[in-house]
Design a protein around this ligand. Sequence first.
Ligand code: EPZ
Length: 419
Amino acid sequence: MDKILVHGGHRLSGSVKISGSKNSALPILAATLLTRESCTISRVPDLSDIHYMLTILSELGCEVERASGMVQIKAEKIKTQAPYEIVRKMRASVCILGPLLGREHEATVSLPGGCVIGDRPIDLHLQGFEALGAAVRVSGGNVKILAPNLRGAMVSMRSKFGSTVLGTGNVMMAAVLADGTTVIDGAAEEPEVVDLANFLIAMGAKIEGAGTRKITIEGVKELHGAEHEVIPDRIEAGTFLVAGAISGTEVTVSRVTPAHLTAVTGPLSEAGFDIKPNGNQITIRPGTKRSALKLDTVPYPGFPTDMQAQMCALLATTEGISVVTENVFPQRFMHIAELKRMGASIDLQGSTAVIRGVSQLSGAPVMASDLRASAALVLAGLQADGVTEVNRVYHIDRGYESIDEKLNELGARIERVKT
Ligand code: EPZ
């Protein structure tokens, strides 16, 4: 397992190109199952999660060709059962259920396990499919869904933690080929849901309201192949903005959509940083005075849970008392114990972290646990005195394309050590 050594105290400067969005690419790749014709998806990031999805699609019988950021997929004849061994490695593989149901009217996938950020139920996905007329059976760790006649219905995607992003996408992908009209109430409004809807519309689907709480889908008989470029990864962009903030330097992220980042740039401005959007770029530089923050993670368009760990790293080095409450995945605090090993002063009270800023963190060996917690530890290492050794770096490689190389190009000093 590789590890990353972050040598702290190096000033960053310059501009970093942001990759295509992991959380947009994954459901869009799954959506290619909905047509026998060839689809070409561009700006697909080179990540292990993407590799897992392409492997699952190949195992289902798809022809998959990949050349740098471009993926060509043709699902001419497909199976409807995904291999347990691969599915169990990535929860997001649950998003093949919707397209398999839409296309073949049946699907069998292993139930996703929980993960370190918390229980990851799919009850709303399954309730959505049942509303469309599917029969759902769970046995032997698999969920088997049969839907001889998919018909349009009213479906709710609300959970007590807010709407479900992949659940909204899954139901949308089942409904596009159902008979009649489906209305998704309490739909997730994330840009990744809009990107998926735009790809489905390019394939011939009839969808209105993506990006709002209410999405209406008119079922059609079949879908055709399409080309699509994935939107920029707003969480990768946010992560690099925090890298500039935590190292107290000027950093520009390019090839981004600033409108997707206002829920992150807003709090960074409140924290005292100077944020300058300019076309498809955003520049962050130190402001006059830094301020502690009170932050709550909520579904889009609010502050994203996927940026919570990274902001905790920044607030750990911001004078004053900050309070961060995690409302989407209340247990998503694996990074706190590791930040405390680096000298952070954080008190975890249920799903709230009370952070007393310190002037300087100190490098230490720390353990990566999930994708965003790992990124937060690398960011903390940029500011820390000495060397921070981040173990189990495969977590980072799931969602960040060459984060060490991109940070080194900005002036950081990060070594990847094969162990
Ligand atoms: C997507 O996960 C993202 N992953 C996550 O990003 C992100 O944190 C999450 O949305 C929230 O924004 C991908 O898009 C691949 P949810 P998803 O269903 O769709 C509860 C990252 O770091 N819920 O929106 O699986 C659930 O427990 C990853 O890139 C139910 O109760 O998340 C959670 O509390 C991590 N029942 C809340 O809803 C369900 O059937 C939001 O989960 C489904 C979800």
